[in-house]
Design a protein around this ligand. Sequence first.
Ligand code: KIV
Ligand code: NA
Length: 279
Amino acid sequence: SQKTSINTINELYKQNSKLSVLTAHDYISGKIANDSDVDIVLIGDSLAMVALGYKDTNEIPFDEFLYHCKSVSRAVSKSFLIADLPFGSYESSISKAIESSVQLISKGRVNSVKLEGGIEITPTIKKLTDLGIPVCGHIGLTPQRLNSLGGFKVQGRSVDNALKLIETAKQLENAGCFAMVLEAIPSELAKIITENISIPTIGIGAGPYTSGQVLVQADLLGLGGKDSHVPKFVKQYLNGYGASVEAVKNYVREVKDVKFPVVGKHTYKINENVLEELE
Ligand code: KIV
Ligand code: NA
């Protein structure tokens, strides 16, 4: 089927059809997302932890993030593709944000960029959208700001913080965002924000009243393993880690027991006269 464009996203939003969004971090996860018909694939900087084992998203260098964008975009033929602007690639100046976005679009082959922040980042958002780069906002829990937030905590619980988030959402819409992620805020607040703006909200840990949902693919597939932390808002649709370890253990056992490979099934046949010459 056809490539999902920003017009398709706007159309789905107008029809009150919930937007399905899933992250991807390489060619295989990109293919899984694309072939599952998600509306939007997000190359989130969560791949710093998920795919590369870094401690937090702030550790990933821009070039490494771009490399992952290239691999995902090769797999995504249908879904609309958003890439995060990683920490350090957009804060210092508008021109830096433009340069980073141009790299992600021209080399990473994504359709749009996402950046974290509120009113302080709206001049950047306005400039990018004026230049024809679709921008997705991201408010609530903004993981790149973990140092000032004091950790990964639910946001918007006090009256002041809730009012600020509602106002910020309006400012992001005015600045030109085509959508925004709401992360880890109370469901009722996400509902109010969603009702107060006319662009889609994409929730993660923000309840069912947003215009769409996003999950980190490795969380959804349960790929993290025993000691990986899974937030409360995640639904694991598969124990992918457990199933994978089980499968690989079977392989190891069959190698030891010489049950794999099976002659005739996994092997190539030699030509009879060649064999005679060799023997
Ligand atoms: O990096 C990421 O995966 C994200 C989503 C969780 C919204 O930003
Ligand atoms: Na992110």
